[in-house]
Each structure stands twice: as C-alpha cells, then as structure tokens.
Design a binder for this molecule. Structure first.
Ligand code: FAD
Length: 462
C-alpha cells in the first residue's frame, strides 16, 4: 500500500489537473491518475483545443477563398491538405498536453498512467498497486451519448472525437444535434467542402441561448451552406453501401429520409465514472450524474467529484473552477463557484457568447428588464475587418440598471464576453459599462454602445 498522499485525483482533464495543481500549491501531497497517455482529458485531446484548431484552419481556408479578392489580394484558388491540417491540430494538442505535464511536474504532483478503480473508501487501485488517501477527487469527465438504435461504428456513425480526425472531407455529412459541438464541427467540414445537414429535434438551434443570437448564427451558417432541419426526430438509422440512412419524422407528421456518407451524433454527452464502484461506495447519483454537496463531497465521506461527471454545464472552465473551489475548501480555505455567471462560447462564424440571464429566463422568473442592442454593422472595427454581422445585447434589471445578462453574436464574441463577466461579477450596471472609456476603433465599443442603449441611448445608432 502506497500511503502519504493528502489527495488522490482521478482524471487529468481540466477538472482533475487544475485540482491537482491547486492542491499541490496549497501544500498537499498529490497523486494524479490518468488512464490515457497524455494529460488534459477531453478538453485538450478531443474537445476544446482540437476543435478550435480545426476551426481556425478551416476559417483561414474560407477567408482566403472568399475574402482575399475583396482585399485586392490575388491568389490561385486554395486547396486543402487534410492530413497536414490534422497534423497541425495534433501538434497544437501535443504542445499543450506536454505543457500541462510539465506544470504538474513543476508543482511536484505524482502522476501515474493507468485506470483507477475504487470500491473501498480511501483506497485507489491501479493494476496490482494500491494507493491510500483520506481524500479522493473524482474528475472522470464524460463521453459522447449514443443514439440507442444507431451505435457508433466510428466509420459511418461517428462521435465528435472521430470528426476531429477524418482523413478526408466527407461529401455528405449528417449531424444529429444543433448544439455547440454540432455547429462547430459542422462549420469545420462545411467550410472544407462537405455538404452538411444538421438535424435537431427541438424547435430551434442552440437550446438555452438567447433566441436573437441563435437566429443570427443560424442565418449566417445557412448563408455559408449548412442546411438545418429543426423539429425533426430521428426514428431509426442504418448503415448501407453509401454510408448511413436516417429515417425521421418532422413536426408536421411527415416522414423523410436523410442519406449521408457519415453521421456525426452530437446529441449530448453522458457523465462517466468508469472504475468507480458507486454502489459499493454508497455514492448517490441523480439524472446520470454523481450527486455532490456544496463542498463537492459525494455521499461517501472523503470522496469528492467535479466537472462533467457532476451536474451543470459540461464546460472546461466550469470543471476547473469546481476543482479549484473543492481543494481550497479541503485546505480549509474559501471556495465558491458562481454558477449564475459561467460564460458560454461558440466558435463558429460569427462567434457567439453569453453570460448571465437570457430574456427568456428573465420573463420566466418574472424579472422586469430593459434591453439594449447594438449591431456590429455600426461598429467601425467590425466593418474594417469585414465581419459586420451580429449584435451585442445587454439586459438590465429595470429598477436599478444592474446588468443581468449579455449576449453577443459577432467576431471575437468569445473574448468580448469577459468584459461583461467581470462587470457582472462586481454587480455592475449598464451605466458603469456605458461610462467606461473604450479604445477606438474596437469591437468592444459595441458592448459599450449596447450598454448605453440599455441605460439611456447609444451615440452611433438611431
Ligand atoms: P474530462 O476532460 O473528460 O477528463 C476526464 C479524464 O478522466 C479523462 O482524461 C479520462 O481519460 C480520465 N479518466 C476517466 N476515468 C478514469 C479512471 N478510472 N482512471 C483514470 N483516468 C480516468 N468546453 C469548453 O469549455 N469550451 C469548449 O470550447 C469546448 N469544446 C468542446 C468540443 C468538443 C468536441 C467536446 C467533445 C467537448 C468540448 N468542451 C468544451 C467540453 C469540455 O471538453 C469538457 O467540459 C471538459 O473536458 C470536462 O472536464 P473534466 O475534467 O470534467 O473531464
């Protein structure tokens, strides 16, 4: 039995590795166990980072193809070398996963590669070895959800990990699910020449996002060639000589078939805790997630859980914040995650981002609110860079001007949103934002103008 650890962390994703580093910084002796060869979990290996690498490459391709001549740049039509594009993505991933490994090493976290098994409190097994600690942190993440009638074969019926490693551009790509992952990967392959159809059972794309933002994104993606089929329920699917055939029913009761070379099932992810024997440990689960207290402790004393395997939005930054808060509290310090201010971002063209409440939430909660909207078509920097589509929407509490939510569709929305997040973390008002001087010309002036519209009135709009 290996003893002497203050904390054993299982899983080296953004939950696990951040928890391990922070715990070590707080003076704990930490062991991190990861079953894969590289650090970083889904986020670095098969999620946030590789998807953004391919989004960047495909956007560059699209830009050269469609915008170069407008700038007076004359070049031969570009062509694509998919293996080279995938290699670049792999290099980006590898540089970041190696970076995490050296951070862990630098913080003196012990790392073991192997599948952890826990069925007795305080004891973690890896192969024939046993490790003891009074505190165990489960950060085992999630995996793509399968359609019950169409299991992944990783060739024709693929998950997001497969869609990050295609060796060629599929001619016809079907995507089930118009959430963030479906839209991002749909954008990648559509920009590279695939005919992409996205099938969504809900009324509109991007459930949970501001409706105006979702509509702006959908309109723009449609212009780029992606076809959307909302309120369509897949009933069955089968692989055939030409790829895969989906049989579906639309809201009007009509049946229709979708034939693709491949179908990417991006209809959500399921929490995972392989190797953790929740039953014998007495760990409660609810709606497919591990249940935790405010201290992230499960119903088994001394066993904690964070990230995708517990409830809440499946986002890397949410996992990291939870892990840091959990180990702060373990060290006897203060730790808290502000769940009402977790930003969300979508890296399509235009990008989209949100923080705080949507109009729909305000209405459902009976909050009287004021709305200020400013369009990028009136923003100098957006016009200069040829990306004038989209808007910023600022929602404030009517009675005191406090900002309740900010929603952006437009270039660099994923960066702009943090101005709002900081303001809202400090309980700021639209007036605070409107009176803050913003450099000109900048996209962030649109955020200021939307705040001015919510507070009094904007200068650059009628
Ligand atoms: P994970 O990152 O899944 O890490 C869990 C780790 O635990 C894995 O490495 C796994 O191998 C290991 N593990 C599991 N069981 C064991 C065991 N028994 N023993 C040892 N190791 C084990 N989020 C964002 O915030 N922004 C984005 O842009 C974004 N883009 C995404 C794009 C895609 C295509 C996908 C799939 C996801 C994306 N996400 C994004 C979501 C993000 O990746 C996850 O929310 C995040 O990785 C969750 O972190 P985690 O630490 O909880 O779990």
């Amino acid at each position: 039995m290996n003893t002497g650890y203050d904390l054993i962390v299982i899983g080296a994703g953004p939950g696990g590795y951040v928890g391990a580093i922070r715990a070590a910084q707080l003076g704990m002796k930490v062991l991190l166990i990861e079953k894969e060869k590289t650090m970083g979990g889904t986020c670095l290996n098969a999620g946030c980072i590789p998807s953004k690498a391919l989004l960047t490459s495909s956007a560059l391709f699209q830009q050269i193809q469609q915008e170069a001549s407008d700038h007076g740049i004359v070049c031969a039509p570009p062509s694509i070398d998919i293996p080279a594009m995938i290699s670049r993505k792999n290099r980006v991933v590898s540089s970041l996963t190696r970076g995490i490994a050296s951070l862990l090493k630098g913080n003196k976290v012990d790392i073991i590669q192997g599948s952890a098994k826990v069925n007795t409190p305080g004891i973690v097994r890896v192969g024939s070895e046993e490790y003891h600690s009074d505190s165990i942190l489960i950060a085992t993440g999630s995996r793509p959800a399968e359609l019950p009638f169409l299991p992944f074969d990783h060739t024709s019926v693929v998950d997001s990990t497969d869609a990050l490693t295609f060796s060629e551009v599929p001619e016809r790509l079907l995507i089930v699910g118009a959430g963030v992952i479906g839209l991002e990967l749909g954008s990648v392959w559509s920009r590279l020449g695939a005919c992409v159809q996205i099938i969504e059972s809900m009324t509109e794309i991007l459930t949970g996002w501001d409706r105006d933002i979702a509509k702006t994104v959908q309109k723009s993606l449609e212009k780029q060639g992606i076809e959307f089929h909302c309120r369509v329920r897949i009933l069955e699917g089968q692989t055939n000589d030409s790829g895969v055939l989906l049989k579906a029913e639309a809201a009007d009761g009509k049946f229709r078939d979708f034939q693709g070379d491949k179908v990417l099932v991006a209809a959500g992810r399921k929490a995972a805790w392989d190797g953790i024997d929740t039953k014998s440990l007495g760990i409660e689960t609810e709606n497919g997630h591990i249940t935790v207290s405010e201290r992230y402790e499960t119903s088994a004393a001394g066993i904690y859980a964070v990230g995708d395997c517990i409830a809440g939005p499946m986002l890397a930054h949410k996992a990291s914040e939870e892990a840091a808060a959990c180990v702060e509290m373990l060290a006897g310090k203060y730790g808290k995650v502000n769940y009402s201010l977790i930003p969300g971002a979508l890296y399509t063209k235009p990008e989209a981002a949100m923080v705080g409440k949507t109009e729909e939430q305000c209405r459902a909660e009976g909050i009287e609110y004021t709305k200020g909207v400013f369009r990028f078509s009136a923003n100098g920097r957006a016009i200069v860079s040829g990306s004038a589509e989209g808007m910023v929407k600022v929602l404030t509490r009517k009675k005191d001007d406090t900002v309740l939510g900010v929603h952006i569709a437009g270039e660099h929305a994923s960066e702009l949103i943090h101005e709002a997040a900081v303001l809202m973390e400090f309980g700021g008002s639209a007036e605070d934002l409107a009176l803050t001087i913003h450099a000109h010309p900048s996209l962030s002036e649109a955020v200021k103008e939307a705040a001015m519209a919510a507070w009094e009135r904007p200068i650059h709009a009628l």
